[in-house]
Design a protein around this ligand. Sequence first.
Ligand code: ZN
Length: 184
Amino acid sequence: MTDTPRPSPLAYKSRPVVSVKPNLIGRVKCPACGFNFSLKDLERWNGRRHLTCGQRLEVEGDSMRPEIFCVVGNIIQRPRVESKVTRLESNKHFRPGAKVYCFPPLWGGGYDKIKVVGRRRGSGGKYFIQIVIDARWIGNARAQLVYDPYVIDVMSPEWKGDHDSKREAEQLAQMVNGYTFDEG
Ligand SMILES: [Zn+2]
């Protein structure tokens, strides 16, 4: 990649939001550091900041993008019995309580394994990852309207903002809440 050496992220952290216009294939040029990057590049864009330099950006057209309904849940801790003592084990990808956005079923089966988008554990809430996890890690699943431009971008067109999407999200959320770790 050509974006080294990079400026210190601290240099741009407190700067005001700058508006940028993406080109036809969804790439933008960061006005702060001058690098080109794709809005789909998880390593460089988190929906708010150019991660290479830390500059906050507002992408033109984002506010026009329709919000979507989606299954949203929070990562739980898993009860484990070790020599008669119940301990709590955390998910290795997401911190306990982390919000995850669930794709609708992308393959056959009972929606017990789910592709989710969430902010990666240990990244200070900065980096999104997309990963398949066991539905039992997800608690308090519910249908929710999502406004986050990054999430909307990766979840469209699987999820939409219409009534059918809302109903499907409600039904799937119920399914997710039916899966629990029952060892404790
Ligand atoms: Zn930049």
